[in-house]
Design a protein around this ligand. Structure first.
Ligand code: GDP
Ligand code: MN
Length: 389
């Protein structure tokens, strides 16, 4: 789950990360009042779940309360396009007003899980304010990493190592160390998959603050963070993924092609994606029904897959182990009756109760396209999608 900058700042601040003063404004009048409170000079910041807001015109300085109100009105409601939003952009519905910082240096700091070592790593770079992907591609040596032992936590020597790499010396070491260990603590406490500060700034008066903050929370850990539930902003999420989550289907991923995929198991999902691509097609999504032996769940799943207007054909690829093929078959039949528009369905079914499943589909008389194995199924799905498009 992604959250907004202002929410991430509130969280990391609880763990000792210094952040600029500020709060969200709902109206231009409120923006003016907040600017007044903060001494007049502020930054007006669009809150969307995407980076690159500065370049897109979503982060602007205002040097008086009146200007803050004016800039607020420009940013609130705008369709903000950044390199992360796609060409249509994202509508700005929340705006943060913050005190301006006298910036001396912009740095980069993040904590994430390194899948190779299975441990948290803290990454730092003196090239802050830039896209870290770009820094990683062009000057990978400019990124310094330390691996953290989760048992002992973020040790002072790691902070010293990073401070040294960033050129933070003398009086800057203490606030920088506090910020780093606060960021690590917030990352662990909230089961984050990423906690990123870009830029981390050193001010001309010797403070070290998080000027921007981004936090992604591991969805699989959300059940133990009821306090984070309220931070979900469904307006920023893909509507079909939201619908899936509401039906208790967590393994639904939206993609860009035109073939919807109902599968069981992550490995089979990957193999199905590969087979579709090999057959010259592109998957529109995949939904992993796992071992749900519930006809209604299969129907819900097919409806979610079909709700994407890009979907021109559906490939059902099930290897019934714990999942029963006859239940899946009943779901396919029921969904065909319930769905308003007929989207061709290709089914490749194998495993537990496959004979019963086959019989149900045959006797239903519905035009389900049958396939014996995966390559054949993918080919038929690609053909069906082409014919329908
Ligand atoms: P992003 O573009 O979505 O990553 O948004 P950021 O919050 O990182 O802001 C983009 C840029 O705006 C930063 O890298 C800074 O250069 C600038 N900026 C943000 N806040 C301030 C501020 O208080 N003072 C000054 N001078 N610049 C700021
Ligand atoms: Mn940023």
């Amino acid at each position: 789950m992604k959250i907004h900058e202002f929410q991430a700042k509130q969280i990391v601040a609880q763990y000792g990360v210094a952040v600029p003063k500020g709060r969200v404004a709902a109206t231009a009048g409120e923006a003016r009042a907040i600017a007044q409170e903060l001494g007049g000079k502020v930054v007006v910041k669009a809150q969307i779940h995407a980076g690159g807001r500065g370049k897109g015109g979503g982060v602007k300085l205002a040097n008086s309360p009146d200007e803050a109100a004016q800039v607020f009105s420009q940013i609130m409601g705008m369709q903000l396009v950044t390199h992360q939003t796609g060409p249509h952009g994202q509508k700005v519905k929340t705006v943060l007003i913050e005190e301006q910082m006298p910036i001396a240096r912009e740095l980069y700091l993040a904590v994430l899980i390194d899948s190779a070592s299975g441990r948290p790593v803290m990454m730092a770079s003196a090239a802050g304010g830039m896209e870290i992907e770009e820094v990683a591609a062009k000057t990978p040596e400019a990124i310094h990493r330390v691996t953290i032992d989760p048992v002992t936590g973020f040790q002072p020597h790691l902070a010293r190592e990073l401070c040294f790499a960033l050129g933070l010396t003398g009086d800057l070491m203490k606030p920088a160390t506090q910020l780093m260990s606060g960021l690590y603590d917030a990352f662990i406490a909230k089961d984050a998959s990423l906690a990123e500060i870009n830029p981390l700034v050193v001010t001309t008066d010797g403070r070290v603050l998080a000027l921007d903050a981004k936090m992604n929370i591991d969805d699989n850990a959300l059940f133990r963070h009821k306090e984070l539930e309220a931070l979900r902003d469904k307006d920023e999420e893909d509507p079909s993924e939201v619908a899936a989550a509401e039906k208790g289907i967590s393994n639904f991923i939206k993609l860009d092609g035109n073939i919807g995929c109902l599968v069981n198991g992550a490995g089979l999902a990957m193999a199905t994606m590969d087979s579709i691509k090999f057959a010259g097609g592109e998957p529109a999504n995949f939904l992993d029904i796992a071992t749900a032996n519930d006809v209604n769940k299969v129907v819900d799943a097919l409806k979610i897959i079909a709700s994407d207007p890009n979907v021109k054909a559906i490939l059902v690829n099930i290897f019934g182990g714990m999942a029963r093929v006859d239940v899946i078959a009943q779901g396919i039949i029921e969904a065909q009756h319930q769905m308003p528009t007929a989207i061709p369905v290709v089914a490749r079914l194998a495993g537990t109760n496959v004979e019963e499943g086959e019989r149900l589909i045959r006797e239903s008389g519905l035009p389900v396209i049958r396939a014996e194995e995966l390559g054949d199924a993918a080919k038929k799905a690609v053909e069906a999608a082409r014919a329908a498009a």
